[in-house]
Design a protein around this ligand. Structure first.
Ligand code: ZN
Length: 417
């Protein structure tokens, strides 16, 4: 017997052990993982597998988690009394050992383990950069095969550790992240490995929700506010879903943390829709030309999980959340602010989150005594390079116009099992 089932958020239909499924009645709703244990428990180990609310059975590899600590420097600068930082990256001085420097490592670890325990033999993954690095690393660590597709505009941030260089990484030369998703889905159909499923994969969202599991474990309660930069929205939805489980448990607070989510202007389709009180994204705000103008390419999804039942719109509504648009110059300034006040470098997406927090303080959206969790979704790349050698990915370039026949030949040539 599995320790969980999947349940449709809209109609309540229960599915058993399905991988990456949708409710047969409602194609417009996300499934939720329904864990039999309603009390939060953790085993005695420092790894992510110690948490009971993960959709995995018998993980075969080690996976370090986030490090959550009480801020001193940034909190003083912003005048906050209870600011906690979830640091996801490499910073061995505080015990942070994520060598891909991104929280996507938790997603990749849980998705691969969940797929393996569902009898899946390999996955096709699309990424805007950081997810690719995370899946390549976990494929190396776990031996579970993946094929990775990234858009060429994200190539400049595509670095791997040496061991991951052998993981097949295709670079779409004519298209953006969303086109890379389309290509990954085609490769999946032809090759036979499923597409990892994006935001509808419950393992992805529960994996990203590990940040909240770690935070509640450390702080002893749900935070009042949660800050994160969003691209597809999967991480924020995962945190909302975890916070609902804590609420049902009853020992960690009686209010869902308010989600404060930020995007990089001018490509900020969810910020614009939310500020218009609209469940629908406008096609004007999804214009690919806007993506060329942002610093934070990992946030460039044109297919965010915003409108879908159980998506970002519903999460913001349920939690009394807010959205923030962040200019490029603010991203850079707040990356510097964080490094100066906390002593570690962070990635641009995390700079977007810091800027969101700064704006919330300036606009009085949080009180100085509130318990706040800031998700630093990636950091320590500069620190890592002092200890380890990193390599730019040696990509296999592909055009979106590639034929099915050519995809078949390519998969053979790459010796994907
Ligand atoms: Zn349903």
């Amino acid at each position: 017997m599995s320790h969980y089932t999947l349940k449709c958020r809209k109609c309540g239909t229960v599915l058993k052990e399905a991988h990456c499924a949708f409710c047969e009645h409602c194609k417009d709703a996300l499934l939720l993982t329904d864990y039999k244990e309603t009390s939060f428990t953790e085993k005695n180990s420092g790894e992510i597998w110690r948490f009971n609310w993960l959709p995995v059975h018998d993980p075969k590899f080690h996976q370090p988690g986030p490090v959550v600590f009480r801020s001193k420097g940034l909190s003083e600068k912003l005048g906050l009394e209870n600011l906690f930082i979830a640091f996801n990256g490499y910073w061995p001085e505080i015990g942070a050992k994520i060598t891909t420097c991104t929280f996507k490592e938790f997603e990749a670890a849980v998705v691969l383990e969940n797929a393996r325990s569902n009898g899946i033999e390999g996955l096709v993954v699309a990424s805007a950069g950081n997810t690719a690095r995370a899946f390549a690393h976990l494929s190396t660590v776990s031996g579970f095969p993946v094929i990775i597709v990234v858009p060429s505009m994200c190539l400049f941030e595509m670095w791997y550790l040496e061991a991951s260089l052998r993981i097949p990484t295709l670079v779409l030369e004519d298209g953006d992240y969303s086109n890379a998703i389309d290509l990954a889905k085609r490769i999946a159909l032809i090759h036979g490995y499923p597409f990892e499923g994006g935001v509808k994969n419950i393992a992805k969202r529960d994996g990203l929700g590990i940040v909240l599991l770690e935070a509640v474990s450390k702080i002893g309660r749900l935070p009042d506010h949660y800050f994160q930069a969003v691209g597809s929205g999967a991480g924020a939805i995962g945190v909302w879903e975890m916070s609902e489980r804590f609420l049902r448990d009853g020992r960690y607070g009686s209010r869902l943390p308010a989600l404060h989510l930020a995007q990089n202007l001018p490509f900020a389709p969810m910020v614009k829709a939310w500020n218009n009180n609209s469940r629908e994204l406008s096609s004007e705000d999804l214009n690919p030309e806007l993506i060329e103008q942002i610093t934070t390419r990992v946030l460039s999804s044109r297919y965010p999980a915003y409108s879908i039942v159980g998506g970002v719109f519903d999460a913001l509504h349920a939690t009394g959340g807010k959205m923030y648009g962040i200019e490029n110059n603010e991203v850079l300034a707040d990356m510097e602010l964080f490094e100066k006040t906390e002593g570690i470098d962070i990635v641009p997406a995390a700079g977007v989150a810091v800027a969101g927090l700064r704006k919330a303080v300036e606009n009085g959206h949080v009180d100085k005594s509130d318990t706040i969790l800031l998700n630093i979704t990636g950091g320590g790349e500069k620190r890592l390079k002092k200890d380890m050698k990193t390599y730019m990915v040696e990509p296999v370039f592909v055009s979106g116009k590639i034929t099915d026949k050519e995809i078949e030949e390519l998969c053979k040539r790459l010796k994907v099992n």
